[in-house]
Design a protein around this ligand. Structure first.
Ligand SMILES: Cc1cc2nc3c(=O)[nH]c(=O)nc-3n(C[C@H](O)[C@H](O)[C@H](O)COP(=O)(O)OP(=O)(O)OC[C@H]3O[C@@H](n4cnc5c(N)ncnc54)[C@H](O)[C@@H]3O)c2cc1C
Length: 393
């Protein structure tokens, strides 16, 4: 059993063999992965040691104390938070060995080809087709809102392999090579002025059957692992006390006494307490995750994250008055990450609008909490037993 003392010992060994001050960043990250100190709860040989997930903090603290480089997790959130747990659960040994190391080090960025123009909340209605051709699948269709597609080497993709069965049953899950000549990525500009996401056109993209994750027709079940992890990844990211958006507004409050009013003070205190409750709930959720894959509880975290971000950024704009209406940069940029603390209040206000849409809209997450956490009666579903090809579109 790998305990905290053993992890400390191994981390010091890594630091001694690869001193951060004199080791190239990528070499250090690769060595860390090979030492099983990347994500300690992953199996041995795949960047971990099969240790309790909660002990990752021990490794991270030792490494931070020596100013060791990290893998810039905000830049590779889709890979770390969504692709990796799905590959770990459903991938073959060969897929795990090929894909997980460069995913963790950030050498290969991942994106998620799920949403389509006609399938967002009702994701199982998706129409992108994958047709078997020898050892390959040939994929045709269109995806949309694909964050980081312009940076990505790989995508997690769900496509329809059998239109003759009901929608949830005819889907298969693949790993798609974004460098295939049939993949075309076009930027989509957002309300912030940036183009974080894209529309992606897939024309005769060939995917070897060896890059299928899970069984043919079982893609909906595989996708649940991705989606449950996505909600935790978006809503449950660890932050320090008074970190993130609440930290920004608290700092403005302290530095700018001329902006203060009694009403704003009361509202700020209320949101500060809610942000702290959300943070502690995230800590508890991650402790529970130590035992396995997240279930629908992550939906509650993500719901609260979206609401709080929108309320805090709204209050910040109000606090700043006229200044809050200014915006630092309208040029269309292709950012590598969502930066809630590095930009100005206007950016936070506009970007947080997307929080209640990405990773499942708040309305849909409320349905999930109602049905799968609270056990309330399900929404009527009339299309459960109808073949996908016969559904009205
Ligand atoms: C910033 C951002 C990044 C994203 N990144 C990605 C990505 O990388 N990859 C990817 O695949 N997708 C991505 N998405 C897409 C996202 O998952 C979808 O936008 C989302 O699932 C909603 O789908 P839709 O846009 O088609 O809206 P629709 O499903 O058309 O919903 C429209 C409205 O109807 C409501 N609604 C729909 N069904 C119900 C219901 N049953 N009950 C109550 N209300 C309902 C919704 O809540 C919403 O208000 C991203 C979105 C955003 C905003």
């Amino acid at each position: 059993m790998t305990d905290a003392a053993e992890l400390r010992r191994r981390t010091r060994e890594l630091l001694a063999a690869h001193p951060p001050a004199t080791t190239e960043r990528l070499d250090f990250l690769r060595a860390r992965f090979d030492a099983g100190l990347a994500w300690v709860h992953y199996p041995q040989g795949l960047g971990g040691l099969g240790a309790p997930r909660a002990l990752q903090a021990v490794v991270d603290a030792e490494l931070a104390a020596e100013s060791a480089p990290d893998n810039d997790p905000r830049r590779i959130g889709i890979g770390l938070g969504m692709a990796a747990p799905t590959i770990l659960q459903y991938g073959t040994e060969e897929q795990k060995r090929r894909l997980l190391r460069p995913l963790w080090t950030g050498e290969e960025v991942w994106c998620q080809l799920f949403s389509e123009p006609g399938a967002g909340s009702d994701l199982a209605a998706l129409g992108t087709r994958a047709v078997r051709s020898g050892d390959d699948w040939v994929v045709n269709g269109q995806k949309v809102w694909t964050s980081s597609a312009h940076l990505a080497r790989w995508a997690i993709l769900i496509a329809r392999t059998d239109p003759d069965v009901p929608k949830h049953r005819g889907i298969t899950y693949f790993v798609c090579d974004m460098t295939d000549p049939g993949v075309e990525v076009r930027p989509l500009r957002q309300i912030t002025g940036e183009a974080e996401f894209n529309e992606v056109f897939l024309t005769d993209v060939r995917i070897p059957d060896s890059r299928r994750l899970g069984e043919v027709g079982d893609g909906w079940r595989v996708a649940q692992t991705t989606l449950n992890n996505e909600r935790v990844a978006i809503g449950g990211t660890p932050i320090p006390r008074e970190g993130g958006m609440i930290g920004k507004i608290a700092a403005t409050w302290r530095e700018r006494p001329e902006l203060r009013t009694h009403d704003l003070h009361q509202r700020l205190l209320g949101l500060w307490v809610e942000a702290e409750v959300a943070r502690l709930t995230g800590v508890r959720l991650r402790q529970q995750l130590a035992a396995g894959q997240p279930g629908p509880e992550g939906a509650g975290m993500k719901l609260n994250f979206a609401r709080l971000n929108q309320e805090i950024s709204g209050l910040e704009v109000e606090l700043l008055g006229e200044e809050g209406l200014l915006y630092d940069d309208w040029t269309m940029r292709r950012p590598e990450l969502v930066d809630f603390t590095g930009r100005d209040a206007g950016y936070r206000y506009l970007r947080s609008k997307g929080n209640s849409i990405e990773g499942g809209t708040s309305e849909v997450l409320l349905n999930i909490v109602a049905e799968r956490v609270l056990g309330l009666p399900a929404e009527p579903r009339t299309d459960k037993d109808v073949a996908w090809k016969d559904l009205a579109r």
